[in-house]
Design a protein around this ligand. Sequence first.
Ligand code: NAG
Ligand code: NAG
Ligand code: NAG
Ligand code: NAG
Ligand code: NAG
Ligand code: NAG
Length: 406
Amino acid sequence: MLQIKLISFLILFLIFNIVSSTIYNIRDFGAKGDGNTDDTQSVLEAISKCMINGGVLYIPSGTFVIRSSLIFKTNLPFTINGDGMNSILLWEFNDHLIIISSESNNEISQITIRDFVITSSIVEKSLDKFGIYAENLVKSQIEHLIINSNDSKISPISGGIAMIGVADTNTIRDVIMWEIKGTGIKIGYGSEIRILGGRIIGANLRFDQSIGIHCTGNNGGVHIENTDIIALAIGMLIENQNGTSGSNREIFISQATLDSNGQGLVIRDNSYVSIIGIWAASSTIHQVFIEENTTAVLSISGGTIFNGGVYECPNNSNWCNGMTIKSGTFILSGVEIRNNKGRGIWIPNKSVTQFQIISCRIFANGQGLYINGSSFIISNNVCNSNQLPNFISDTKDSIVQNNLAC
Ligand SMILES: *[C@@H]1O[C@H](CO)[C@@H](O)[C@H](O)[C@H]1NC(C)=O
Ligand SMILES: *[C@@H]1O[C@H](CO)[C@@H](O)[C@H](O)[C@H]1NC(C)=O
Ligand SMILES: *[C@@H]1O[C@H](CO)[C@@H](O)[C@H](O)[C@H]1NC(C)=O
Ligand SMILES: *[C@@H]1O[C@H](CO)[C@@H](O)[C@H](O)[C@H]1NC(C)=O
Ligand SMILES: *[C@@H]1O[C@H](CO)[C@@H](O)[C@H](O)[C@H]1NC(C)=O
Ligand SMILES: *[C@@H]1O[C@H](CO)[C@@H](O)[C@H](O)[C@H]1NC(C)=O
């Protein structure tokens, strides 16, 4: 009996020791967290210990002033764990705040970053600097963070989170970003990336260079669910950024909000984009856009695309549209397209083919439909109360039937 007790005591002692020895509390390395003292060196020391065998870098509550990049360079799994919303890293210099990269360009795997706040101080940052900048990150999670600014008027944030190089099987969950002037989330060359919940809010400048979510090329399996993307120049941009990394492949968006941007969703490559329950509203140029020269395939089921140009509509002959489709093809089913000051759906030329608009209500737009494509089906729609009459080009290879007022 005594022996068993002794053994279980020993086991508990060992487990406790293993667990506690892997937690590196930045205060134990001299960080003050008083909002004034420069805590950079203390935090860097804690990180260098944490990088030896991996473990947890713990940020207790406090405001820790950081004045140079916190570089995590390792091939070992590690965690950065805060104590919730009272654990604040004050980002007070012009470079990435947290940089994660592997030794010798391998993948870096099984990283968890959670439960703290990154606050951008009034020190100005270039737009390409991020709160978290990760290279070759795989099988990792970033969750429950707030990335905000000390003073929304004078210290907007440049970028939120970048995953560049390979990005595979990573999740960003419930991360809230406020006052983004650069890019909220940048994803390059990845697959199985999930962005779940959270908000990305810009600085409400609809014609600056800000982007909510940017897929820069060669991404497959990007899933965006229940995320709000608001008040940026482009809400979500899907492109093959410099023509070298290849088109993105499949992108899934469900029940997300794209609201009050310059442009909502912009597709410039040959992606397959599937949207369920779209909410795309109040953007100035268009809510949904496919650029020319693509073979993009867009599928939208349910939801609403509305209020295009509600803030301003300087040119309703080519702006303030619900959808502007210049190439590729699409299926639109059961979507409400209403109150756009420009066109509900604008297809300017014949290169858009084999699309279908089915069971939609296209209502109270400047013009409901301007369709100049080929080989399409438009059926079972209701098109009441649009200001200008619809235009549907020559329909000899197409089916236009069972519509009301279209
Ligand atoms: C926070 O913003 C205030 C102005 O609202 C400014 O006086 C102060 O210096 C800022 N602090 C930091 C750390 O940027
Ligand atoms: C293309 O973009 C990638 C990733 O952003 C970058 O590493 C590469 O240098 C760029 N290539 C050119 C030709 O601009
Ligand atoms: C589309 O292709 C044409 C012809 O190659 C080119 O002139 C035009 O600039 C391209 N448009 C875009 C947006 O890349
Ligand atoms: C408005 O759009 C039309 C058609 O594209 C274009 O000819 C005109 O230049 C635009 N006007 C302004 C002020 O952008
Ligand atoms: C299709 O129309 C758009 C808008 O007018 C124009 O920019 C583009 O060059 C056209 N493309 C073709 C292939 O006609
Ligand atoms: C339809 O698009 C073709 C180019 O694809 C263009 O030549 C024609 O002018 C367009 N017609 C209308 C009415 O917009």
